[in-house]
Write a protein that binds this ligand. Structure first.
Ligand SMILES: N=c1c2ncn([C@@H]3O[C@H](COP(=O)(O)OP(=O)(O)OP(=O)(O)O)[C@@H](O)[C@H]3O)c2ncn1[C@@H]1O[C@H](COP(=O)(O)O)[C@@H](O)[C@H]1O
Length: 108
């Protein structure tokens, strides 16, 4: 089983790319283009996930989800956030049924 170290290492690389040039780094070029360009990539990769799912090609789906995760991590880094922030939120939700959570919101 792969642990979450791969996410932390990638997040470290994304932070380090703040100092890189657009010519040497795809991530630096995205930072330079700004939030709208990053959001456009997230939207494009989401659409590619949908197409891969409908294709029924599992390897294609895994690769497109990797592209989507990667670009959402660039978005998090743009906001000064790390994958650990998302993992903590998922940890917080552990064992809370979506049905119970929705019911508690409707009772408010
Ligand atoms: N995981 C990734 C990763 N996944 C996808 N991509 C790039 O994301 C880009 C967008 O994918 P597309 O399929 O949309 O291809 P495209 O049409 O060429 O893209 P656009 O020109 O439309 O932006 C491609 O250039 C991919 O190579 C990635 N680029 C970098 N990483 C990681 O980020 C690190 C830092 O990358 P650099 O900043 O480039 O050194 C790397 O060492 C990797 O670990």
């Amino acid at each position: 089983m792969i642990d979450t170290e791969v996410l932390s290492k990638l997040a470290d690389t994304l932070e380090a790319r703040r100092e890189a040039t657009s010519e040497s780094s795809y991530v630096a070029s995205l930072y330079r283009k700004g939030e709208d360009a990053i959001l456009k990539k997230v939207a494009e990769e989401s659409a590619e996930v949908l197409l891969a799912s409908k294709d029924g090609d599992r390897l294609h789906l895994v690769r497109e989800v990797a592209d989507l995760w990667f670009h959402t991590m660039v978005l998090l880094a743009h906001h000064g956030l790390r994958p650990e922030d998302v993992l903590m939120e998922l940890r917080r939700r552990e064992g809370i049924s979506g049905i119970d959570e929705k019911a508690s919101r409707q009772a408010e």
